[in-house]
Design a protein around this ligand. Sequence first.
Ligand SMILES: [Zn+2]
Length: 302
Amino acid sequence: MVNIFALDIGGTKIACGIYDENLNLIREWKVPTGKGLSEIEGAVLKSCRRACEEEEIAAVGISAAGNIKPDRRTIAFSTNIPCWIDYPLAEIIEGEFKVPVIVENDANAAGWAEFAHGSGKGSCNMVMVTLGTGMGGALVLNKELYRGSFGMAGEVGHLPMVSSGLPCGCGLFGCAEKYASGTALETLAKQAVRRDPAAGAKLLDMTGGDPEKITGSTVFAAAEAGDKLSMSIFQETGTWLGKTLAAISAVLDPDTYVLGGSAATPSSSLKPETPTLSSSRPLLSGLRRKSNLRNSAATRDL
Ligand SMILES: [Zn+2]
């Protein structure tokens, strides 16, 4: 039996899963990531030990929030886990467990999973866009994961969409993720409710009258219940998402987009406004073929 142990190391939790040779998930658990280099390393090694005790493990695959060096063994740096600088994660695990280890950036890992096994199956040029707190992305070009020259490709959330726009965590202004993400829904809703409390009555009702308590989930729920303000906020963020995809299409001309992340589940979805997708490219919209637009095959968030 050939089993694979997979870890997804995020800023707050480590999601672990053991998969059999047919990629069926046979065990899963979560542990807190912890703080500081030794605590995080301890949590990772402890989970590897547990996996090896419970099943025979042939290889370990790690997806981590960070910039991974081209050898897919070392984390160059991570904005979510700042203590990782030139951190040889694969070497540390291999040293103790004597199994091959591959480390990949989390968005790239999600994108490759969609291409190889999920909604991107059968495509040639695929762009995955993840919508959650921010907007992430992964590029599969000519059926290969494209990392760029410095491991920074696919950062679609930092496409500059608005000159002198909203400040972004990356240090620039007007990035796409400030206008189309779960956080953008929240920010727009808070602004709108403060501006016009009467129009925001439904959202205020859902948060005990406190606009600060409005989250992306509140806007989802209110829009689904038919709240006009929440629906218009979805339309606005969807328009920005459409513009962002149009900008990506202008450069990469992908055949397929896969939308994933907590703000793009099929039931409560932040979707690109399709008129925007074509109308923002008037010269070519009549001639070009439309890209497929699919939801992620991942049905749940661990
Ligand atoms: Zn940015």
